[in-house]
Design a protein around this ligand. Structure first.
Ligand SMILES: Nc1ncnc2c1ncn2[C@@H]1O[C@H](COP(=O)(O)OP(=O)(O)OP(=O)(O)O)[C@@H](O)[C@H]1O
Ligand SMILES: [Mg+2]
Length: 163
């Protein structure tokens, strides 16, 4: 099952991410998918802020992994765009990073699914029609952890749900 939402600007994507962060449990994995500039990092920013992380979340492109402590849960923010082979994701220990101390968000995570636990929330972002600030978000749950929260997800997304 998947859920669709539309945001009209970056602030709305951050607010939506904040709403989703309210449902997150320790040990959760969230994959962020979508073309360059669709808002994966913006989502991570709103998500971390929603958990009470004070620090500004930046694009982890050059660092690959950054951990932000200080919120309700620690946030591991990962960007695997620069990985060239799946084996690099395995070597990086991505699967082991998903543990009970934190929530892990992976930009371009759909590309490394075989190296990850098969239990996650995938959020796919896409440009809306035209040159404006609209983005289409599609949320899909894989595995049992998130399946149990579908109703809550639906409620959290309601302000941005396409009628
Ligand atoms: N509705 C929207 N949601 C998110 N970002 C938006 C929206 N409208 C405009 N933007 C702009 O789009 C850009 C999204 O950048 P961001 O770095 O979050 O994308 P990204 O998917 O992480 O890119 P990359 O693939 O390079 O990591 C920002 O400049 C943001 O201000
Ligand atoms: Mg990014």
């Amino acid at each position: 099952m998947s859920l669709a939402a539309t945001t009209a600007g970056v602030d709305q994507t951050r607010a939506l991410a904040g709403a989703v962060s309210g449902l997150v449990h320790a040990g959760d994995l969230v994959l962020l998918a979508g073309d360059l500039g669709t808002g994966k990092t913006a989502f991570a920013q709103g998500f971390a802020a929603g958990l009470g992380v004070d620090e500004a979340v930046t694009s982890p492109t050059f660092t690959l992994v950054r951990t932000y402590p200080g919120g309700r849960l620690a946030v591991n923010h990962v960007d695997v765009y620069r990985l060239e082979r799946l084996q690099e994701a395995v070597d990086l220990g991505l699967a082991e990073m998903v543990d009970d101390d934190a929530v892990t968000l992976i930009e371009w995570g759909d590309v490394v699914v075989p190296a990850l636990p098969a239990d996650f929330l995938e959020i796919r972002l896409a440009y809306g029609e035209g040159a404006g600030d609209e983005r289409r978000l599609t949320l899909r749950t894989v595995g049992r952890r998130w399946a149990a929260r579908r109703r809550s997800l639906e409620a959290a997304l309601a302000p941005w749900t396409v009628a």
